[in-house]
Ligand binder design. Structure first.
Ligand SMILES: [Zn+2]
Length: 304
């Protein structure tokens, strides 16, 4: 199996080994500023380059935004400039292979439920963070039906309704405009004139006492925890599995994020926070699982 996860900054790819673990992981820049057609071309080229390495039986693709998994279409992925793109059909035609398409929150949750940090937990919330955000509740190993469309909107919860920065989705003050790695870098540059300081470095500077970095990081963590608390309450999640850049948690990591979440929830039961086993490749690995399921189901149908 091969799989791709198309994100706003990176396209991640992997070949899934027969033991179910990812091999030959790859990353390419998405560069969505080139326009939606160029991003489609990059996805097709990336898929073809992975397919050349092995003889895959099928391919999986994880997408952000609002995804129609049944038809394999990207309904709305503003980070990529995509509206109504028939991803499954185009990739299938390009590779001459069957293709499964899933929402990146759902596929990430699937990977962690089957083989990662959610394996022993009945009800957890999968959250990916970094340059973009996704969240998906996973119950008994499955992403909760009907939640897929909304999962893509986690990064676009409006957390700063007054005077928030504009977002690529068309709104202002979304979680991504405050807490994404790009937002932290951009806000720090605007406040200090220092350009290109990575989000991780801004968090380090906050810990070292830089007052500008402190303002930005406190704001980012506050926004993230507020959005997380809403999801945890809504789904009564027992655990939160975090994939991707954990810089938002600060250099002191998950313990500090959990303490902030506990204060926000003001409840005696606070979910356990864990890092995703597959890290920022979780959505990609989950897409490979979807592809493998499709082939297995197809064999069963043929046999039956
Ligand atoms: Zn937005």
């Amino acid at each position: 199996m091969i799989a791709l996860h198309v994100g706003g900054t990176l396209i991640r790819g992997c070949v899934l080994g027969s033991d179910g673990s990812p091999r030959a992981t790859e990353r390419w820049f998405t560069r969505p500023e080139r326009g939606p057609d160029a991003v489609v071309e990059s996805v097709l080229a990336s898929a073809a380059s992975l397919a050349e390495r092995c003889r895959p039986l099928a391919a999986g693709v994880a997408l952000p935004g609002v995804v129609d998994e049944a038809s394999g279409r990207a309904v709305r992925a503003t980070a990529l400039g995509w509206h109504g793109i028939p991803v499954r059909d185009w990739v299938a035609e390009h590779l001459d292979l069957p293709v499964a398409v899933g929402h990146d929150g759902r596929t990430g949750g699937l990977a962690e439920a089957r083989a990662g940090a959610g394996g022993d937990c009945r009800n957890f919330l999968y959250v990916s963070m970094g340059d973009d955000f996704a969240a998906a509740p996973v119950v008994a190993g499955r992403a909760v039906p009907g939640e897929d469309a909304r999962a893509g909107e986690f990064g676009h919860v409006v957390v700063r309704p007054e005077g928030g920065d504009p977002c690529h989705c068309g709104r202002h003050g979304c979680l991504e405009t405050v807490a994404s790695t790009t937002a932290v870098t951009r806000r720090y540059a605007r406040m200090t004139g220092w350009r290109g300081v990575t989000a991780r470095e801004v968090y380090h500077r906050a810990d070292a006492g830089d007052p500008h970095a402190r303002v930005i990081c406190t704001d980012a963590v506050d926004a993230l925890v507020g959005a997380l608390a809403t999801e945890v309450r809504r789904h009564a999640s027992e655990r939160v599995v975090i994939a991707g850049e954990p810089a938002e948690a600060g250099t002191s990591g998950l313990a500090s994020l959990r303490a902030t979440l506990a204060r926000r929830l003001a409840s005696p039961t606070v979910p356990d926070l864990r890092l995703a086993r597959f890290g920022d490749m979780a959505a990609c690995v989950g897409a490979a699982f979807l592809a493998r399921d499709m082939v297995t189901e197809g064999h069963k149908t043929t046999a039956g």
